[in-house]
Design a protein around this ligand. Structure first.
Ligand SMILES: Nc1ncnc2c1ncn2[C@@H]1O[C@H](COP(=O)(O)OP(=O)(O)OP(=O)(O)O)[C@@H](O)[C@H]1O
Length: 378
């Protein structure tokens, strides 16, 4: 399949109007419905050729934001610019964006070839040129033998590939995709992710993508905008989001963090923040803007908590469960002195795991500990 992807990219390349993507600039975008704000001041700069994903739970405003970029939904305020040109008032057809949605929205009465030809006809491309470009695109996508079929005679993956061809055939500089792989099974989704990513890279397209699937966002994106209640909580690279979450929500949303409450100790010479945990024991974090005595929550991902060696300062507790899930074991540990109402710590380890009932001491490297003010919700 990678070969096919390269073919598709090269079939689209010759004679292209706009081979590379364009930049997108979004400022203060807002939208309310019946007095309820659903998009609440979205600002972002997307570089030409960048793959950006809106990731968030249902109702967080991802689709509404994308629809405003597309021009299908009118913003209450804010502006959108492509390569510095304001397009906020431009109607969708004039924006020359490509759209791919979860529902493939292929025309059911048209054949595959007619579906792919449609955007070229709209743009007044001469007939011979249409025939050539449709043929090349279908060939490269491995769809030539289905050219005469109607969409209902294709599988979900094939239909989605046709939908992708129908967009790429007219080479839009910016492609907007809303859960395009949502209807496909896992294996096909993985395969299509690879294809979409390769085509985007090969052609240098700017892609703005919507999903609620974390793994998909991490695989595809140069940067991810984590959305909550109509706002961007953090817009960063996958690594940045994982390693430097700016809010407890982001820490928990990506990779389900453990939260431990405590109080910041007097600063030490190394500039690190030491948190004396309510359960006893100390966790050290890299520098955070905290003051001594401040009540905080320290966040650590399950894969970053580890069972301490003799030399570590650590937090003692008892293993409650240990479940082997293939390449690693998921352990839960109840810390000594933990409030019975609080959930146990979740730890993932590839090492030989302890057994339920065993006493352990838990710690984390300072680079893996994030600290938030205790009143910072999320
Ligand atoms: N046309 C509309 N009229 C009224 N409310 C709307 C309209 N469109 C969206 N909403 C509301 O705006 C909020 C955000 O919706 P949106 O579809 O943008 O969220 P989303 O993050 O894409 O969610 P999902 O992942 O479920 O698609 C929701 O509460 C939704 O009910």
């Amino acid at each position: 399949m990678p070969e096919q992807t390269e073919l598709l990219a090269s079939a689209l390349a010759p004679g292209s109007n706009s081979l590379t993507g364009k930049s997108l600039s979004v400022t203060g975008l807002r939208k309310s419905y019946s007095g309820t704000t659903v998009v609440d001041g979205v600002d972002m700069e997307i570089a030409a050729g960048e793959f950006v994903t809106f990731l968030g739970s249902s109702g967080s405003g991802k689709t509404t934001t994308l629809m405003m970029l597309a021009g299908f939904t009118e913003p209450d305020s804010g502006s959108i610019a492509v390569d510095g040109r304001d397009i906020t008032k431009l109607n969708p057809g004039k924006r020359d964006f490509g759209f791919v949605f979860q529902q493939y929205l292929l025309f059911p009465h048209m054949t595959v070839a007619e579906n792919v030809a449609f955007p070229l006809q709209l743009r007044g491309v001469p007939k011979a040129e249409i025939r050539r470009r449709v043929g090349e695109t279908l060939e490269a996508a491995g769809l030539s033998k289905f050219a005469g079929r109607k969409p209902r005679e294709l599988s979900g993956g094939q239909q989605q590939r046709v939908a992708l061809c129908r967009v790429l055939v007219y080479r839009p500089p910016i492609v907007l995709m809303d859960e395009p792989l949502g209807a496909l099974d896992k294996k096909l989704r993985d395969q299509m992710q690879t294809e979409i990513k390769s085509i985007q890279r090969e052609l240098g397209l700017t892609v703005v993508y919507v999903t609620h699937d974390q793994e998909e966002a991490l695989v595809l994106s140069d940067r991810i905008a984590i959305m909550k209640d109509g706002r961007i909580e953090q817009f960063d690279t996958p690594r940045g989001l994982f390693e430097r979450p700016r809010t407890p929500f982001v820490a928990d949303f990506l990779g389900a963090a453990n939260f431990l409450t405590g109080k910041v100790e007097e600063p030490a010479a190394d500039g690190c923040t030491r948190v004396r945990l309510d359960t006893g024991g100390v966790l050290t974090a890299r520098e955070h803007p905290c003051v001594p005595g401040q009540r905080v929550r320290a966040a650590v991902r399950p894969g970053k908590l580890r069972l301490a060696g003799a030399e570590d300062s650590c937090c003692s507790g008892t293993v409650e469960t240990a479940v082997y899930v293939g390449s690693l074991t998921r352990i839960t540990v109840r810390l000594d002195g933990a409030d019975p109402g609080t959930p146990p710590l979740r730890i993932e380890t590839a090492l030989t795991p302890p057994r339920p009932g065993e006493r352990v001491c838990v710690t984390a490297d300072r680079a893996d500990v994030s600290v938030f003010d205790a009143t910072d919700g999320g």
